[in-house]
Design a protein around this ligand. Structure first.
Ligand code: FAD
Length: 517
């Protein structure tokens, strides 16, 4: 028997590690709720995970198998399970195989520091238990380390990374296995504990003990895991929902992606981020869909001078490359989670006004576009990319707050929080990252609002106090007099800072950090 350990790949299709396990035969799929990982969770993400797991379990059941669920330290649970289903001892159903080589635990690699440390512990524990193991490259089209500069270094500039990424051949998706999965009856908690209990060695008796504590008879509720039903309206989870998103995006919006993706009032982006974070859909499947959109674009463009539709598809593909770029930045620089990537001469002298941070978090800064973004975050556990850039610039360059405070807040509320992307986005906005925005480029929130939400449609959706106010007044809000504001929208806050003055302070702060003062 083989074990397949699901982590950030809550799907049965286009799953490289699962395909390898099923190829070896009698694969036992397992998911372990790990309290150390859950510590970093939030209500929205845990809801998304549970719903995705419920669907995954159904997929296995339809194939006569099941998803084994456990809670505990994977370094104890995975070896105990591997021991329980050990071919040498006979499976719970008594089937035997003569090949030791088939007895292996498989999983797909993850690249954060926390996961790598955990996986090292699991590997060691499996080695001690005498269980072979194999990890697979799955969550990226091109694994960290495979795209390097001509000198062999990892890239720190996206543009060059992207060119190589684009030109490399891409792997095909893996089908959902319809054979090679273990029988459902063998995978009940009782059968698994009995199997480990039928032990004739200390290790197996210990395995039975671990499994007795760890195996779950059913999916836990969100409360069991220490979370609450999210207040946010979270994106539907699971592979079917991911495919629906992907299909509808590739039907038309992908051909306008370049023009529409910056306008938050439009449905211009794929909204696949939560699915890509949890791996409810495989990257190869997503890429294959974009390639078939590309073929459609070519036929649309035939006879016309330009290749607009193709450019749009390629711009979308380049976002998938941003994700892989930031994953490799994190992989080679695990400390960026807490440290600036870019070194300044002096530490940046951030301000730390608690009231201003609280106003930003609550969406009450008196800058309508900023507040709309911050309120979308709470309402949907998601925020449009343009808004992520605007609110991150506002926090770091208007409120002069350390980017880490913003990163923490995003982590607390986003359903799609991804360590690599979130960190990359924040460090970019704070001009401390790899491909950092130059420190002197500071978003003007008023101009951003006018440009990207000209009719204030998006702002009115998330800021009800401004629903009866015309777009011009909304965009001019920070410039209006107190009387004008009181008349137009008495409930909506006055601006907490003056952008012009804060911009000057930000420039001075970065210059000091650069040793130019
Ligand atoms: P689409 O535009 O449809 O893009 C498709 C996919 O490409 C996304 O789902 C995502 O996986 C990837 N992608 C797109 N833009 C980026 C980018 N700039 N960097 C890395 N990957 C990208 N993205 C996250 O997935 N998780 C985060 O926690 C996260 N935090 C961010 C924080 C800040 C401050 C900023 C500026 C950006 C952050 N992003 C994050 C990147 C981006 O905003 C989101 O990926 C995007 O808004 C998700 O919506 P979508 O799926 O419709 O994107």
């Amino acid at each position: 028997m083989t074990l397949f350990w699901h982590r950030r790949d809550v799907r049965a299709s286009d799953n490289r590690g699962l395909a390898a396990a099923a190829d070896e035969g009698d694969a036992v799929p397992v998911f372990v709720f790990d309290d150390e990982v859950l510590e970093h969770g939030n209500d929205a993400r845990v809801r998304f995970l549970l719903d995705s797991l419920a669907e995954l379990r159904e997929t296995y059941r339809e194939r006569g198998s099941d998803l084994v669920l456990a809670r505990g330290d994977p370094a104890a649970v995975i070896p105990a399970l591997a021991t329980a289903v050990d071919v040498e001892e006979g499976t719970p159903s008594g089937s035997q195989t003569s090949s030791d080589d088939a007895d292996r635990a498989h999983w797909n690699r993850d690249y954060t520091k926390l996961s790598r440390e955990r996986d090292a512990r699991v590997r060691l524990a499996l080695e001690r238990a005498g269980v072979a193991r194999e990890s697979h490259h799955d969550s990226q089209l091109h694994e960290p380390g495979t795209i390097r500069t001509n000198q062999g270094d990892p890239y720190s500039v996206y543009t060059y990374f992207w060119k190589k990424w684009r030109d490399r051949e891409k792997p095909d998706p893996f089908p959902t296995p319809d054979a090679g999965l273990a029988d459902r009856e063998d995978l009940t908690p009782t059968a698994l504990v009995d199997a480990a209990d039928a032990a004739d060695s200390d290790g197996e008796a210990e395995a039975a003990h671990v499994l007795d504590d760890a195996l779950l008879a059913d999916l836990p509720t969100i409360d069991d895991l220490g979370f609450e039903e999210p207040e946010a309206d979270v994106e539907p989870a699971g592979t079917a929902a991911a495919r629906e998103r992907l299909d509808s995006f590739c039907e038309e919006p992908i051909f306008h992606y370049d023009e529409d993706r910056d306008y938050p009032a439009k449905e211009g982006s794929s909204r696949l981020s939560g699915h890509l974070k949890f791996g409810t859909i495989g990257l190869r499947e997503v890429y294959a869909a974009t390639e078939s959109a590309m073929r459609e674009a070519r036929s649309r463009d035939e006879g016309s001078e330009g290749s607009e539709a193709q450019d749009n598809v390629e711009t979308f593909q380049s976002q998938l490359a941003w994700r892989e770029f930031y994953t490799q930045v994190l992989y080679f620089n695990p400390d960026v989670v807490t440290e600036n990537y870019k070194e300044y001469e002096q530490p940046i002298d951030w301000r730390d006004d608690a009231d201003e941070l609280a106003a930003w978090k609550a969406g009450e800064t008196g800058y309508p576009i900023v507040d709309a973004g911050m309120r979308q975050l709470r309402a949907e556990a998601w925020m449009h990319n343009r808004l992520r850039m605007i609110v991150a610039s506002f926090l770091t360059k208007d409120l002069l707050w350390d980017w880490r405070a913003g990163y923490e807040h995003f982590r607390e509320f986003l359903a799609d929080h991804d360590t690599a992307n979130d960190n990359g986005g924040w460090q970019w906005a704070a001009s401390t990252g790899t491909d950092a925005q130059p420190y002197f480029r500071i978003f003007n929130p008023t101009t951003q609002g006018e440009r990207y939400d000209p009719d204030a449609e998006y702002i009115r959706e998330y800021v009800p106090e401004l629903r009866g106010v015309d777009a011009e007044t909304i965009h001019d809000w920070p410039e209006l007099s107190d009387e004008e504001r009181a008349e137009a929208a008495p409930e909506y806050p006055h601006p907490i800072v003056a952008h012009g003055a804060r911009r000057e302070q930000a420039l001075a702060m970065y210059k000091r950090a650069r040793g130019e003062d």
